[in-house]
Design a protein around this ligand. Structure first.
Ligand SMILES: [Zn+2]
Ligand SMILES: [Zn+2]
Length: 139
């Protein structure tokens, strides 16, 4: 993650007693590596409801909200950034960027899910006594 552009914000400051209420919006263009294809891309991260309260006494000379703006922006950053919603990612075998071109790998698991190995499994009921044999206590 890196900053690809300046942080822009549109904030209003309301004095409220001995406090300052700062609210508004902020956004920044941030650069990410796609979590699927590792391509670098930038996207706008936006905080639509920035709201912080400051002690007037502590900030009478200058109120610098940039640290809090930055912190709120960081909270908006996706945990698994994708260059686009339908990013195909990289081929796990040859590393080809599947967004650009298909590769020649023929995946052995074509059409099969990782669970397909379990398809042959059946849950067998607990073994019953053979038919015709009276069970103990059933007379
Ligand atoms: Zn991607
Ligand atoms: Zn491949």
């Amino acid at each position: 993650m890196s900053e690809a552009g300046p942080i822009r914000y549109d904030l209003t400051v309301d004095p409220a007693g001995d406090k300052l209420i700062v609210r508004g919006e902020a956004e920044a263009s941030l650069g990410f590596h796609c979590s699927r294809c590792d391509k670098f891309f930038s996207t706008t991260v936006r905080v639509s409801s920035f709201l912080h309260t400051y002690e007037w006494a502590e900030h009478s000379a200058m109120l610098d909200v940039s640290a809090d703006v930055r912190e709120d922006l960081l909270l908006e950053i996706p945990g698994f950034p994708l260059c686009r919603a339908d990013c195909k990612g990289l081929c796990p075998q040859c590393g080809q960027d599947l967004n650009e071109a298909a590769c020649d790998c023929s995946p052995a698991t074509d059409g099969l899910s990782p669970w397909s190995a379990l398809d042959g499994w059946a849950v067998k009921p607990a073994s019953k006594p053979a038919a015709g044999k009276p069970q103990a206590g059933s007379k």
